[in-house]
Design a protein around this ligand. Sequence first.
Ligand code: 1HE
Length: 258
Amino acid sequence: MAHHKNLIVEMHGPVAVVTVNRPERRNSIDEDTVVGIGRLFEAPPKGAKVFVLTGSGSHFCAGLDLEEHARLKRTPAEFMRMCQKWHWAFDQMQFGGTPVIGALHGAVVGGGMELAAACHTRIADRTTFFALPEGQRAIFTGGGATVRVGRIIGASRMVDMMLAARTFDVERGYELGLCHEIVDEGKALERAIALGHQVAEHAPLSNYAIVTSISRINDMSTTDGLFAESLMAAVVQSGPEVAAGLDQFLSKRAKRLK
Ligand code: 1HE
């Protein structure tokens, strides 16, 4: 299934595996590809209950396509518009309503870290490293890092990370919430697909609420957040799977938590 020349989409049952496929450019993202990403997540393939996102070759994603950027000599207004395309595309991932699991390896840097931060869960293999080298390239983050990465690791740490040009290895990334699970080299995709199948078993409305409401509610005041949560809970409660889900627990057929 092909949507865009740089994006491979393969269905594994209810799990749509999306691979950014530009290994010769370390999966760096040009303008056309970011629009392709937005369109794909805006309109998930038929039957997709969960996405897994990965990159081909030895790196997840090297961020903005610096060759294109240098060649186009964008004016400030042109670059602002381009950054807004990134924001739109990654918003489709984060708030599109379908869970997105990142399978990370190698470089997760610059715009690649912004791409990863738009995933809801991140599985990283031991080769993974994180960096925001924008300062070293005389540019600034433009794909949402100030919002998404800043919220994960904190604004102060992000400032330090960029000024001091720090690279975080996978263990440090795990401590900071940049990834949620570490697996052996080469195993991130397999584990992400397995997790994807597990997530796909949830009621779709529960998954929708989890991925669309928690981050948004975190942006609200306490009063507004609690009100929004009760509304979301009421909507999910109306889903067709609720009775079966509760019955499973009450009849002691549900998997035990441990
Ligand atoms: C690229 C890019 C790219 C590699 N744009 N072409 N991002 C960065 O500053 C990261 C830049 N890249 C790197 O630091 C390294 O390439 C990696 C650590 C990711 C990988 O290293 P390595 O040794 O495996 O590969 P390489 O030899 O550095 O790169 C292989 C080729 O990919 C090479 O081209 P070639 O013609 O010499 O074969 C590289 O030029 C090319 N390549 N990365 C274009 N990013 C919305 S704003 C977001 C702002 C940002 O993302 S800024 C951070 C950009």
